[in-house]
Design a protein around this ligand. Sequence first.
Ligand code: SAH
Length: 255
Amino acid sequence: MSDNNISNRELELICEYYSNLERQGPGSSDVTQKALSFIDPFSSDALIADIGCGTGGQTLVLAENTQGKIAAIDLFPLFINILNSNSEKRGFVDRIKGEVASMDALTFKDGSLDLIWSEGAIYNMGFENGLNQWHRFIKKGGYIAVTEISWFTNERPKEIDDFWNNNYPEIDTISNKISQMQNAGYVPVASFILPEECWTDNYYKPQVPVQKAFLDKYKGDTFAKELIEGQLQEAKLYEKYKDFYGYVFYIGKKI
Ligand code: SAH
């Protein structure tokens, strides 16, 4: 989800819409576990930050598959409330602490984190900017793992090139993203493309019933209509151009 240049009411509607979904971006439990498999296991005193955690789909997977404590951070209190309540239900209250904060104003101590995790969220401050700003919070030998929209090819059809360059001009090829990671002070450890079902089955399909209910509730509301139309257009473009772009997991190690 994107939140540029919009009013508070519009932001509230966007949050309400996304709060009805288990995930606010493309991903899956399998993909989170695959990314974790490239990272050396932690001890129980490790500290992980899950930044832009949303309602915490991947946070719970992280808790199940690691030891240590997780600081789960998002800008929106509604998402953090849902995350905290899910984490309580699953018995993770001692391990997961949901906190409302902005990803560009984090207050971790320098060198205090074993791992920074961020699925579908670093674009909010820009991939390079995020990698650079978060670097100091990670301890030597610690890791960063983020997903980011990326081009699969050097050339692509104009329609999709224009769409993403208007929406997120920092979209780039995988090799350029890896090089940005290296330039930000991480050894690129692994990168892999998220499978298609992370978008279709896990992201766009669950939105269909939510869109229906949302449009019923906000009948006649122009912004609500535009929000859903935007989602439908994005899903349509994905179906048409999925050979040319997608989400990529980038895993780096600070040495
Ligand atoms: N990681 C989740 C959510 C991805 S959507 C998932 O994969 O399902 C992106 C998330 O970034 C949203 O939850 C949004 O509220 C959050 N976000 C946007 N701007 C932010 C900021 N400045 N600081 C912290 N979180 C932010």
